[in-house]
Design a protein around this ligand. Structure first.
Ligand code: S3P
Length: 172
């Protein structure tokens, strides 16, 4: 039987889940996995193309299954797409896992992802969309997280260390 992931990272796009997740995996000597990458590999197309061709609802269904599979199979560090927590079943699944919410403020978010057209949800009026997105999602990230780690003005190494401290994990 699988023991489940050692760390699950949630948080908005651009909060550094992939960068920090890969660093954490390296420091802990475990594998890194990312549900966005799983979906792209399974579908053979980019996430922005899935949104355009089949719509967000279809993407969310793919994401729900990708999270379920990854949580069941993966014992290393797992990063979820920014909207994965929108699904109630996913939130239930996360309730018993070591989930860390990587948080950042709106200015940092716009600096990091505002003009990145590969992020379809922020393509138009990024600052306002970000606020709306976070008003809806902040309570969900907080609900599933065992710890919240602020990423503003911190390097990926500093964030990774804060995650290890928050979960009381030590390097390999
Ligand atoms: C999304 C975040 C993206 C990706 C998709 C939707 C979201 O993942 O899953 O574009 O709804 O916040 P990242 O958080 O890894 O960028």
């Amino acid at each position: 039987m699988s023991t489940g992931p050692l760390i699950v990272l949630v948080g908005p796009m651009g909060s550094g889940k992939s960068t920090v997740g890969a660093l954490l995996a390296e420091r802990l000597g475990v594998a890194y996995r990312d549900t966005d990458a799983d979906i792209v590999a399974a579908e053979g197309r980019e996430i922005s193309d899935i949104f355009i061709e089949d719509g967000e609802e279809h993407f969310r269904a793919l994401e729900r299954e990708a999270v379920r599979a990854a949580v069941a199979e993966h014992t290393g560090v797992l990063a979820l797409g920014g909207g994965a927590v929108l699904d109630a079943g996913t939130r239930e699944l996360l309730a018993s896992l070591p989930v860390v919410y990587l948080a950042m403020d709106v200015e940092e978010a716009v600096r990091r992802v505002g003009l990145n057209t590969a992020r379809p949800l922020l393509a138009v009026n990024p600052r306002r969309q970000w606020r709306e997105l976070m008003d809806a999602r902040r309570p969900l990230y907080t609900q599933v997280a065992r710890a919240v780690v602020a990423t503003d003005d911190r390097t990926p190494e500093e964030v990774a260390q804060a995650v290890l401290d928050a979960l009381e994990l030590k390097d390999a």
